[in-house]
Write a protein that binds this ligand. Structure first.
Ligand SMILES: Cc1cc2nc3c(=O)[nH]c(=O)nc-3n(C[C@H](O)[C@H](O)[C@H](O)COP(=O)(O)OP(=O)(O)OC[C@H]3O[C@@H](n4cnc5c(N)ncnc54)[C@H](O)[C@@H]3O)c2cc1C
Length: 515
């Protein structure tokens, strides 16, 4: 369980190595939280060990073929044990430059930046959010205009993690106001802006609920000139660049929650095995055991979801729904886990003398950063459901001839030979009437109708339109005027079914009471 069976030997060795590193640096990392100092020394050491090269191809000095996205999550899981301030600069470098440069930069820029990132010489950050643009990321107001071989970028970015500690910033800017480009999400372009470029400054440093010794900043871009080669992809590719980065970022956010979870479990167990109340260690108390049991299943499930998303990324998938699910689960259930850990530890849990309380504060941020969990639900609803749909075709239900109750007889569609032939409108009306008997109150989609009728879309549309004109059917049309749903009207029912056919009175009902 600790090392998943699908990890390769290099990834398993990496896990041991980063875990041991975390043991070693924890005292320093905790000291730096108290001093509120950014962990420069530790991050430089991470760089020296080559871990920033996890998703960088070997030709640029990385170890992508051995470690990949799974390796990257392994590094984050074990690094975050030493605190979020150790994990985040790594996370932001991976999705704030590395990934995008590898996929979208011209070869000369890959050669310039990737080996330096792999050696830990360049840290990255993501500059997407703005004062007036949050969840609605497509509305970025920062603008970039082309002037010869340069782009000139102006705007403001906010909430930028590693805002003062990065060397390269992935900045998203609007390059078109053409409604046609906006409709196709082709109005945004992504750029690498380097620290020290004229006109690029820190405006404000945020004081946050958590992320105690991490920099989070407002950045000001005032006519910042970047060469065309700093553009990621083509002009208008910004949305594509953003999405690929965000899916990776969400997977890594989940991975960095795992280290906090492991430590919460460590401290809750450590504390409750040593704290005696009512003559026994508090871990003997049932409610504490239940809380610890919850922590265990949450942690184990969180790891599975996270490494599943990473595996999908390693296989070349987009992992949109998987990453959103992992991010949702680890931050929602992580919060429950940390609240429980604090509760198990009683008063000690809410002191800053144990790190557990800080996990609650950091997790509140994690529920908002990298896309809020409400946005994760929108993604899971659209993309997650889309992916599942083909495996959950709708039930086809029919009245059982003997029991006279609805029974599911097929999924998606009846076999062709079982379908009703459509010789006229009455066959379509009959299908809608039968649907009333098995799914009362529900309309039918055209696919539902094709599942029980031997007819194509065109025939059904024509007949439904004719039946609607006769007020026997009611349809629901989409914006393009296409019929999406149809149902029978009361008038249609009267014409098709007798009350006797609709009746269903269970045997326990007294006959004298039925009228
Ligand atoms: C500490 C921290 C670090 C961050 N780091 C970075 C970073 O490094 N780089 C970067 O670019 N950004 C960063 N962010 C920004 C982060 O991604 C945004 O805060 C987040 O996307 C939400 O935007 P918002 O804060 O403007 O909230 P809003 O978009 O204003 O949302 C307010 C509320 O409305 C809800 N909401 C909005 N739209 C919808 C909808 N359509 N359906 C349902 N609910 C909705 C949201 O879920 C939220 O609860 C960071 C944020 C924080 C707090």
């Amino acid at each position: 369980m600790e090392k998943f069976p699908w990890w390769n030997e290099a990834q398993k060795a990496l896990a041991d190595e980063v875990d041991a590193f975390s043991d070693e640096i924890t005292p320093k990392a905790q000291e730096l939280v108290w001093k509120r100092e950014f962990p420069w020394e530790i991050i430089r050491e991470v760089g020296k060990r080559g871990w920033f090269g996890a998703v960088i191809p070997e030709e640029y000095g990385g170890k992508k073929s051995e470690w990949g996205y799974t390796g990257c999550c392994i590094i984050l899981e074990y690094l975050s044990r030493a605190g979020i301030a150790v994990a985040c600069p790594y996370l932001l470098t991976m999705c704030g430059g590395t990934h995008q440069i590898e996929d979208f930069s011209p070869p000369e820029k890959k050669e310039e930046w990737l080996p330096r990132i792999a050696r830990g010489e360049l840290l990255g950050a993501v500059g997407l959010t703005e004062p007036y643009v949050g969840s609605d990321a497509a509305s970025v107001e920062t603008v970039a205009r082309r002037e010869g071989d340069e782009y000139v970028i102006s705007g403001k970015k906010r909430f930028i993690t590693s805002g003062l500690s990065a060397d390269i910033y992935v900045v998203y800017a609007r390059t078109s106001d053409d409604p046609k480009d906006i409709a196709k999400y082709r109005h945004i372009t992504a750029f690498i802006v380097e620290r020290g470029t004229e006109g690029f400054h820190v405006e404000k440093v945020n004081e946050l609920i958590g992320f105690d010794n991490l920099y989070n900043a407002y950045l000001d871009l005032d006519e910042v000139r970047v060469p065309v080669e700093n553009r990621l992809g083509e002009e208008g590719d910004g949305w594509k660049v953003m999405m690929s980065g965000l899916n990776f970022e969400r997977t890594m956010t989940a991975a960095s929650m795992l280290g906090l979870m492991r430590e919460a479990l460590r401290y809750a167990v450590f504390h409750s095995e040593r704290r005696i109340q009512f003559g026994q260690p508090t871990i003997n108390i049932g409610v504490n055991q239940f809380k610890i049991a919850d922590m265990v299943w949450i942690f184990n499930t969180a790891r599975l979801l996270t490494y599943h998303a990473a595996h999908v990324l390693d296989l070349g998938g987009t992992a949109a729904a998987e990453a959103a699910t992992a991010k949702m689960f680890t931050t929602e259930f992580g919060m429950k886990m940390f609240l429980d850990a604090v509760q198990v530890m009683g008063g000690d849990g809410v002191t800053r003398f144990y790190p557990v309380e800080s996990y609650i504060r950091d997790t509140k941020i994690m529920q908002i950063a990298a896309g809020t969990n409400e946005i994760m639900k929108l993604i899971i609803f659209s993309q997650g459901l889309r992916a599942l749909r083909k495996y959950i075709p709708p039930p086809v239900r029919k009245v059982h001839p003997e029991l006279r109750v609805p029974i599911t007889v097929a999924f998606g569609s009846l076999r062709d030979e079982e379908k009703r032939k459509v010789e006229g409108e009455e066959d379509v009306l009959r299908a809608l009437a039968e649907n009333y008997k098995v799914n009362p109150g529900l309309a039918m989609t055209l696919d539902d109708m094709k599942g029980v009728l031997a007819a194509d879309d065109e025939t059904l549309t024509r007949m439904l339109t004719a039946l609607e004109e006769k007020k026997l059917v009611k349809t629901f049309k989409d914006k393009k005027g296409q019929i999406r749903l149809a149902r029978i009207t009361l008038e249609g029912l009267k014409k098709t079914l007798t009350l006797e056919e609709c009746k269903w009175i269970p045997s326990w009902v007294l006959e004298k009471d039925v009228f």
